[in-house]
Ligand binder design. Sequence first.
Ligand SMILES: Nc1nc2[nH]cc(C(=O)O)c2c(=O)[nH]1
Ligand code: SF4
Ligand SMILES: [Mg+2]
Length: 251
Amino acid sequence: MGRVRGDPVTTAREDELIVAETFGPTFQGEGPSAGQQAVFIRLSRCNLSCGTHTSASWACDTPYTWDWKRFDPKDPEVARRESVGALLAWALSLPPRLVVLTGGEPMLQWRGLERLAVGLRAAGREVEVETNGTLVPRPTLVEAVTAFNVSPKLAAAGDSERRRIVPDALASLARCGKARFKFVVNHLGELDEIAALARRFALREVWVMPEGTTAGAVLDGLRAVAEETLARGWHLSTRQHVLIWGDERGR
Ligand SMILES: Nc1nc2[nH]cc(C(=O)O)c2c(=O)[nH]1
Ligand code: SF4
Ligand SMILES: [Mg+2]
């Protein structure tokens, strides 16, 4: 099979990254560091397509990182190449100590991502990588990051299990000691699916986070899953940026 044109794994140089957007200072809105001031670098491209299948019950909130039926990857508002040096200079010019590297799936561009994470850590920044957990991190990246916020996708995201759940990648992230697992949920029934994954991959730190791009939807979701999340011994994450700013881009 031929290589996909524009595939960042094969075309991005190691000193540059294909970026969707950079933004901040804002607050890390999700997971264990929620509420901390942070700057964000959102990389373009994803290897999943949450929400595009008829079986899906929620949809990706950053389709401009991967959905070329709806967005033009040649549009510089959608995707642009930036050098690792320029991204480092931008992040280090801003006060927040925390830098969140997200996507899309940022680990697709692992060469540049590693360089960026190493540079940020060398400059004394904390680095969190938001990932869908389908790619095995290399030791250099594990060493450089403060934490991986891993969000394995459940059946309701719509992709096949073979695409969503990559056992080697989840096992490797679980073993690396820096991963917390943050599951996006859309209904209560999904907690059994999370429990099965937590058992299978010995996931230690499990976070449940309701899906939603409006404050009302996030609050309804939190209320729907709170008791059962407590009962199972897991943590609960809001989506603070959505509570404050809704679906506004760059927040
Ligand atoms: N404020 C804020 N926090 C976030 N945490 C994870 C985000 C993401 O899109 O990966 C995100 C985001 O888009 N905004
Ligand atoms: S893994 Fe994340 S970025 Fe990729 S399609 Fe799913 S929700 Fe969107
Ligand atoms: Mg987001």
